[in-house]
Design a protein around this ligand. Sequence first.
Ligand code: SAM
Length: 242
Amino acid sequence: AEEVGGGDKEVVREYFNNSGFQRWKKIYGETDDVNRVQKDIRLGHSKTVENVLKMLADDGPLSGVTVCDAGCGTGSLSIPLAKEGAIVSASDISAAMVAEAEKKLKLFPLSMLCNAREELPGSVMPKFEVKDLESLDGKYNTVVCLDVLIHYPQNKADGMIGHLASLAEKRLILSFAPKTFYYDLLKRVGELFPGPSKATRAYLHAEADVERALRKVGWKINKRGIVTTQFYFSRLVEAVPV
Ligand code: SAM
C-alpha cells in the first residue's frame, strides 16, 4: 500500500479535517479546555515557534522577505511572521486548518500586522491556501515546515525534503520528532495521530537521515535546536545551500 501520496495522505487529510482538527485547534489555541497533555504540547509547540522566529531574526530583519510556510496548520508561525513584515505564503492539506488560520488572522487588526507597513507598499497579509506539500511550487527566500514530517515515513521524507529545498533560495527550516525518543513518544502521543492504528502512523526521523537527505540535494545544516517538554519533542534544523 502507498503511504503519503496515496492512502496515508488521504487518512491524514481526513484526520486534520475532522477529529484531528478539533484536537489540534485546541492545542494551538488559547482556551482553557485542554487537558494536561494537550497543555504541555501547546507549550512545547509555542517554544518551537519562538525558536524559529529567533533563528530567522538572527539572520536579519524579516521585512519584505518571502516565506513559504508548508503545512501551516492554524497559522501559529505565519501570523507572527507577517507581523514582522515577511511576505508569507502559507498552505495546508486541511481546509479546516486553513479556515481556522484565516479566522485567527481576522482577529488581528491590520495595523498590527506589519511593523514595517510604511516601507512596504501593498498588502503583507499572509496568504493562506489549501494545498498539499507535494503540489507546492514557486521560489521563496525561506521555506519553513514545522511538525509535518511526522506524517512522512523516512523514504518519503527524503523526497519531500529535497522538494522543499528546491523551493527555497536561502534557507529551509524543518522541525521533526527525533527518532531517539521513539518508543517513549509512540507510547505517549499515539492518541494524537491519525489512522486506525494511530501510534504506527507517527514517523520519527533520525537527524542523520534528515542531514543525509539535505546533503543529497546540496544543502547543509547550519543551525540546530531542540525543544523538549514532557510530551512534546521536536528537533529543529536550519539548512542552507552548500
Ligand atoms: N506547521 C503547523 C504548526 O507548527 O503550527 C502545523 C503542525 S500540525 C502537527 C501538522 C499539519 O500538517 C496539519 O495542519 C496537517 O493538516 C498538515 N499536513 C499533513 N500532511 C500534509 C501534506 N501532505 N501537505 C500539507 N500539509 C500537511
